[in-house]
Ligand binder design. Structure first.
Ligand code: AKB
Length: 316
């Protein structure tokens, strides 16, 4: 690594754990965490933190200069469910933050960029099972439209300006340390909180809604692996399909019941059902596995064990 790393959106669900992992690998002072709001105490206390607005090009440029940043992970975004309620705000945040970082790379102020895409780039006309890397993409959500557009811009900045930008299409990411905010896949996190606290959960998605999911540790590994891979191995400069497992709320509830026999679940789908119905059920990520050696470690059973263990420890 040539210089320091900046994480924008470091107080969020993925940003927090990514920042802590990168600090563990490279040393606390090498990793500058930044967000519009302060984060959890372990993030704030373990290294430099800057309050900044990802949509403010000047603020981001100043941090890059101040710390001599060479790599940026742009994790700030408005997720699918929240974005449906504030479309213009979501578009502004998701797009302007990306342009700010891509332009810094184009102007040679930074060397490398990570920007997360999502399974939300796919839509109702996409093949639902084993969704290929290259396929029909007609997203029908505000978030999905912003992610698909972002992918096109990443590829453009790479092709025209030589920007070293790397991206993956995250499935639902499941973790217990930091809460997610405003996603459609968030039921798969809420369910664990409620299972441990109350022994019951009402799912906002219907019982047979199958979605691609991943445990946080695998997501962090994928994010760091793609950034560390030699440039010539990164053949796709829009975003790679990425997968670990797929399950429905019913299947997850059954897995939880194996370890918490008294757990019960009910189903009351809300507006998020329409979003989930427009997304793939499972993803073909063979190109990521081939190009830069992606592989996952956690399946539904291992994920459930880790989540219940982590949630219970937090309650003690
Ligand atoms: C969401 O549900 O909006 C996100 C995603 C799949 O990108 N977790």
């Amino acid at each position: 690594m040539a210089g320091k790393i900046l994480i924008i959106g470091a107080s969020g669900q993925i940003g927090t754990e990514l920042s802590l992992k990168l600090r563990e690998i490279h040393g606390n002072e090498q990793i500058i965490a930044s967000d519009i709001r302060e984060g959890k105490s372990d993030l704030m206390n373990s290294g430099p933190f800057e309050v900044a607005d990802a949509t403010n090009a000047e603020q981001i440029g100043q941090i890059v200069e101040k710390y001599d940043i060479s790599e940026v992970y742009l994790m700030a975004a408005m997720l699918s469910a929240t974005a449906e309620k504030a479309p213009m705000k979501a578009w502004h945040l998701n797009m302007d933050s990306l342009f700010n970082v891509l332009n810094l790379a184009k102007d040679k102020k930074i060397e490398k960029v990570f920007w997360p895409s999502s399974i939300a780039v796919f839509g109702p006309t996409t093949p639902k099972n084993g969704t290929p890397q290259n396929t029909i993409m007609e997203p029908s959500t505000v978030y999905g439209i912003s992610k698909q557009t972002g992918e096109r811009w990443c590829e453009y900045f790479h092709r025209i300006y030589g920007v070293d930008v790397r991206s993956i299409r995250y499935p639902g990411i499941i973790s217990y340390r930091t809460l997610p905010g405003g996603g459609t896949t968030d039921y798969a996190i809420e369910i664990f909180h409620e299972a441990v606290r109350k022994g019951e959960y009402t799912s906002f998605l219907s019982e047979n809604t199958s979605l691609p999911m991943m445990y946080m540790e695998d997501a962090i590994k994928a994010t760091i692996d793609i950034m560390e891979a030699p440039s010539e191995k990164i053949k796709i400069r829009s975003a790679y399909n990425l997968s670990a497992m797929s399950f429905t709320p019913k299947e997850l509830a059954e897995e939880i019941k194996k370890q918490l026999s008294e757990f019960t679940i009910q189903y009351k789908p809300d507006f998020r059902q329409r979003i989930a119905d427009s997304w793939p059920s499972s993803i073909d990520d063979s190109q990521a596995r081939r190009d830069w050696g992606w592989n996952h470690n956690f399946d539904i059973e291992a994920l459930t064990t880790e989540m219940l263990k982590g949630m219970k420890a937090q309650l003690q």
